[in-house]
Every structure is written in structure tokens, then in C-alpha cells.
Design a protein. Structure first.
Lengths: 227, 220
């Protein structure tokens, strides 16, 4: 029986899952959060996302939508009359937002993840340098996109803020583990300010896990098996 | 102000073909500039400093990179003719999902098929076959991926059709015989002026790749 019900299949620690949740919060859409157990995949997940078998999945009136950034656009378009638009209306600015979201997923986040998996100081240093290079690009992108406003999307949190901001928890965990700050007032002044405003946004706060809890979880999943 | 549209591209790129098809669908006049990928132009490096890749669409001096981003941009800027994305949000999400699937799942295997030999090429071939199976199943009995209308997913995948013969020859497997539905779909797409104009001759692609493999990999 199809109602207008909205469900999100996900996990609290996943930055990708945070994206649709923030988007739904921005549109004041209530939803049921179905948490997957770490290490296993539910029947519903496998049925709703048979191609990738990954979270997040949004289920709206029994119809699944997959891929976090695609879900964000779907939420923006479906509840277009509720709250501000998450993407710029100008086609060029929209293309730039999509470009950076793709860059973050394809280049920036994989290099961030590999810091936690790096073996030895040399490798860690090399990957850190990569992440810092990418972050410097994003600092410039922020200045270009925000045009003096608090968010990539302007006055309000939008698609690119969500695409990047979802990683802030994991970024902090990585900085702690590596003993090195990537985002700070000296190196990335604009992004530092943006990060604080993003995390304090009422749509973000309820779904952003706190760093300590995330760090504990990271220890668990990145723990090397006993020799 | 006169519209200036320039496309930096490579004739055999299935990604560049997407952007060209979109521009043709919309009847947009553009200047095509062929890039020598072994000697990239300073304009390309200036307009796409991060990835240094084609295609790059330059509209009134401003660059747009990434082929699917370009196609969505073109659809938005020139909305009147031949809509590329459907208007329903759920259908749009499906179209975006499948274009994203094609991008995620083909880049590895296509590189492997093109440039590898032996076990590595075998592995790439198996991955590519998975993609063909999945897309064949997703297409089903529809005329186009989105249903009755030619759209984003068709544009995202049709360029690969010009590479099928090349893959069949260099990796020794059958695509045309195994996937009649996909071939019928491709032929339907080729009836469109934009696709017929843009897709290169399959034999030309085969010759180019065979020459490359002979020269670089020493394969006959």
C-alpha cells in the first residue's frame, strides 16, 4: 500500500547517509530512519538497491531512489515548494556545484579515507599532502561559489554544502588520528568558518555524529586483525 | 551578445560524444576542437586544470567539465528542443542513477580492455560483460532507457556502441550476437540525426585502437 511515506535506509556513521537526511530536514520532511546493522545488509536494502547494494536508499511511496547526491537532487525537486532551493538556479553555477560534488566523491574523500589506512609515516605524509592540495582547491571553490555568503549555496545550506559537509565528522577523526589539522583558520580560513556554520545548522546538527563517538567507531572498523 | 560554444574533445571519446550529441539535439552551433591527448593544448590545461581531460565545453568563455554535467547544463540552457531529462523528479532520479552507473562501472573495464593484455584484460572484459548484462536487463523491452523517449541514459551509453567492435576483436568475445536488445536499441538511437552525425565509424575506432596496441603494447 503506497502512501507518501518517506524512509531512509542507512547507518548513523555514514557520511553518504547524512546527505539525504540533511536534505529532508531542510525541506521539513519527516521520515523513518531504518538503520542497517554494521557488517550485514537487510533484505529491504538488497531489494531496494540491487545494483549497488549500498546505503543510503531513500524510499518514497514505496519507490527507491539510490546514490546520495542523486537523492539530494530528488528531495530538492520533489519538495521544491518547501524551503529554499538546494542548487543554484543559474545553469553555470549549478554545473560548478555538480563538478565539485563529483570531485569530492572521486578524488577528495578517497584520499582522506586512505590516510586512516596508510601504512607507515611516508605513506601517511604523501596522502596528507594530497588531501591538503584538494582542500586548498575547495577553499578557492568556496570563495567562488559562496560569493561572500555563508554557504557554498549562498544564504542557505545546499547541495554542495551537503556533499562536502557530510565528511566533516570523519575529517576531524582523521585529523586526530594523523595528529595534523587539514581544515584550520590559518590554512583554510573560509572553509573553517563555513564548517562551523554548517555543523550548527539546525538541519545538520541532529544527524552529525560527535567526533568522540565516531573516533571509537573508526577504531573498531579499521582495527587490524591480530597476527 | 553572440553565443560562443567551443568543445575541446577527442574524436573517439565516448564521453565527448555525449556532449556532441546533446549539442546536436538542441541545434546549438559549436566549434569543435580536436585535442591531441599526447600533447594537450594550453587551452585544455587552462580550462580543466584539475582533471586535464576532455571533453571541455566552453560557453561564452566559461568552462564546464565532466560530460554528464555538460549534458545537464546543455539541457538547462537550451530547454526548448528535444528535452534530455524527463520532467518528473522520480524519472529524473532514475535517469541520473543509470548515467552514474555507466560512469562508475565502465571507466575501469574500458581502460583495461583498451590498454591491457592477458589476465588484466580478461578481468576488464568480465567487468564490462557485467555492465552489458545489467544494462540489457534494465532496458528490457523499452525503446529507450527512459521509456518511449530518447534521453540522458541513451546519450550516456550510445557512444560505447562505436567501441563494441573494437572490444570484440581485441578481447575476443561477442557483444553483437549476445545482446540483440542492446544492438536494436543502438540502431534505434542511430536513426536520430544527432547520433548518426556524432558516432564515429566502428572500423575507424578499431583501426586506431589496434594501431595503438601494436605500437605501445607490441600486439599484432
Amino acid at each position: 500500500m503506497a502512501s507518501d511515506e518517506v524512509k531512509v535506509i542507512g547507518a548513523w556513521a555514514s557520511p553518504f547517509v547524512m546527505r539525504p537526511r540533511i536534505a529532508l530536514n531542510l525541506k521539513s520532511v519527516s521520515y523513518e530512519f531504518l538503520q542497517e546493522t554494521f557488517g550485514s545488509k537487510s533484505e529491504l536494502l538488497l531489494k531496494s538497491n540491487p545494483v549497488h547494494k549500498k546505503i543510503p536508499v531513500l524510499i518514497h511511496a514505496d519507490k527507491p531512489v539510490c546514490e546520495s547526491n542523486i537523492i539530494v537532487e530528488y528531495v530538492d525537486e520533489t519538495w521544491s515548494t518547501s524551503g529554499p532551493s538546494m542548487l543554484p538556479s543559474n545553469p553555470y553555477d549549478r554545473a560548478i556545484a555538480r563538478f565539485w560534488a563529483a570531485y569530492i566523491d572521486e578524488k577528495w574523500f578517497p584520499s582522506l579515507k586512505s590516510i586512516l589506512q596508510a601504512e607507515g609515516e611516508e605513506e601517511k605524509k604523501a596522502v596528507l599532502a594530497q588531501v591538503e592540495e584538494g582542500t586548498a582547491l575547495l577553499e578557492k571553490a568556496f570563495i567562488d561559489c559562496s560569493k561572500g555568503k555563508p554557504f557554498f549555496n549562498g544564504e542557505h545550506v545546499g547541495y554542495l554544502d551537503i556533499a562536502f559537509g557530510c565528511f566533516l565528522g570523519w575529517l576531524r577523526v582523521t585529523e586526530l588520528a594523523a595528529g595534523h589539522k587539514v581544515l584550520d583558520e590559518a590554512k583554510t580560513p573560509s572553509l573553517s568558518k563555513w564548517a562551523e556554520q554548517f555543523c550548527n545548522d539546525p538541519a545538520v546538527k541532529p544527524v552529525m555524529p560527535d567526533t568522540a563517538t565516531l573516533a571509537e567507531f573508526a577504531k573498531k572498523i579499521f582495527a587490524k586483525p591480530a597476527a | 551578445m553572440a553565443e560562443e560554444v567551443i568543445l575541446l574533445d577527442y574524436w573517439a571519446s565516448m564521453f565527448g560524444m555525449r556532449t556532441r550529441i546533446a549539442l546536436e539535439e538542441k541545434g546549438v552551433k559549436y566549434e569543435y576542437r580536436e585535442e591531441d591527448l599526447s600533447n594537450k593544448s594550453s587551452l585544455l590545461l587552462e580550462m580543466n586544470p584539475i582533471h586535464k581531460k576532455i571533453p571541455v565545453l566552453i560557453h561564452n568563455g566559461k568552462p564546464i567539465c565532466e560530460s554528464i554535467v555538460q549534458v545537464e547544463y546543455i539541457d538547462q540552457v537550451w530547454p526548448g528542443t528535444n528535452p534530455i531529462l524527463p520532467s518528473d523528479p522520480y524519472q529524473r532520479a532514475q535517469a541520473r542513477f543509470w548515467s552514474d552507473y555507466i560512469d562508475k562501472k565502465t571507466s575501469g573495464p574500458c581502460k583495461g580492455l583498451h590498454r591491457e593484455t592477458g589476465k588484466k584484460q580478461e578481468a576488464a572484459k568480465m567487468e564490462f560483460i557485467e555492465v552489458l548484462k545489467t544494462l540489457d536487463s534494465e532496458l528490457g523491452d523499452k525503446s529507450f532507457f527512459g521509456g518511449n523517449e530518447f534521453g540522458l541514459v541513451d546519450i550516456a551509453f550510445i557512444g560505447f556502441y562505436s567501441w563494441f567492435r573494437t572490444y570484440e576483436v581485441i578481447a575476443n568475445f561477442s557483444i553483437v550476437a549476445e545482446y540483440p536488445k542492446l544492438i536494436a536499441w543502438a540502431e534505434r538511437c542511430l536513426k536520430r540525426e544527432s547520433v548518426a552525425k556524432v558516432l564515429p565509424d566502428s572500423d575507424k575506432v578499431l583501426k586506431s585502437v589496434s594501431d595503438y596496441r601494436k605500437k605501445i603494447l607490441g600486439i599484432n
